[in-house]
Design a protein around this ligand. Structure first.
Ligand SMILES: Nc1ncnc2c1ncn2[C@@H]1O[C@H](COP(=O)(O)OP(=O)(O)O)[C@@H](O)[C@H]1O
Ligand SMILES: O=c1ccn([C@@H]2O[C@H](COP(=O)(O)O)[C@@H](O)[C@H]2O)c(=O)[nH]1
Length: 252
């Protein structure tokens, strides 16, 4: 159960498509859940907040004429509302999105119980200023674009019902330009940049240790209480300037 008066520690994980956002979140979740205090940790994907497409939009999507990488493709208001509820410690239910049909399930919703640590990942999770304000730790997964494309091709063919031609076409027309216009510029908001994603154990272990210190109370509450109340990343106080976030590179 969430402790009275303690707000969840909300971590935003951004990065390009197939950069390893989900994989990084899973590694963090596994490690943090091994902690003796056994905190409740939950992961939410921005993908759950894709708009439910009309028949006409679905037809365009099937012809690769719909831009899923533009901020307008997401119901950002619903995402914000949901995050506010979560921050307030309330149970919420979120849509279940189907990448094959580009629709939300009519019958299923995912229930998110109050938790001590919330990981929220997505290509545009650092895009909206109000969402950024709700995040106490901001991460950017920085994986080489060729690697990302190679992974996306495999994943979208295996899991999202796409053909090679359609993945490459969508990537060239929408995914890459939108990454450069909307996602890449949000890297400057990150507190920590993780080169190479989930394989970067040095970076991920440092992040995990920081989260564990917060959960265990090793980092003092007074150091962490920011203007938004509740637990906030202590780096707020010694916050590096937006352009000087620390890229955690492989040691040589
Ligand atoms: N370090 C890695 N090495 C090999 N494959 C990876 C690695 N990280 C992620 N993948 C694979 O790449 C694809 C996208 O990874 P994922 O973590 O889902 O990225 P994102 O959430 O950023 O889209 C998945 O199929 C995943 O298994
Ligand atoms: O119906 C849809 C919805 C989204 N996409 C693509 O998904 C990625 C974002 O997901 P990641 O897991 O971060 O890769 C985005 O680039 C959209 O293009 C889609 O293809 N179809």
């Amino acid at each position: 159960m969430q402790e009275e008066g303690r707000r969840p520690f909300v971590i935003g994980v951004a990065g390009g498509t197939a950069s390893g956002k989900t994989s990084v979140c899973r590694k963090i979740m596994e490690a943090v859940c091994q902690e003796g205090v056994n905190p409740k940790v939950v992961m939410i994907s921005q993908d759950s907040f894709y708009r439910d497409l009309s028949q006409e939009q679905r037809e365009r999507a099937s012809r690769n004429q719909y831009n899923f990488d533009h901020p307008d493709a997401l119901d950002i208001d619903l995402l914000k509302k949901t995050l506010r509820e979560i921050v307030a410690g309330r149970t919420v239910d979120i849509p279940v999105y189907d990448f094959k049909t580009h629709t939300r399930s009519k019958t299923e919703r995912r229930v998110i119980q109050p938790s001590e640590v919330i990981l929220v990942e997505g290509i545009l999770i650092l895009y909206d200023p109000e969402i950024r304000e709700m995040l106490q730790m901001k991460l950017f997964v920085d994986t080489d674009s060729d690697t990302r494309l190679a992974r996306r091709v495999l994943r979208d063919i295996q899991e999202r019902g796409r053909t090679l031609e359609s993945v490459l076409d969508q990537y060239t027309v929408f995914v890459k330009p939108a990454f450069e216009e909307f996602t890449l510029p949000t890297k400057k908001y990150a507190d920590v940049i993780i080169p190479r994603g989930a394989e970067n154990d040095v970076a991920i272990n440092l992040i995990i240790q920081h989260i564990k210190d917060i959960i265990s109370g090793k980092l003092k509450l007074e150091d962490m209480t920011g203007s938004r109340g509740g637990l906030s990343f202590p780096a707020r106080k010694r916050h590096v300037s937006e352009s000087s976030a620390i890229p955690l590179a492989r040691p040589h």
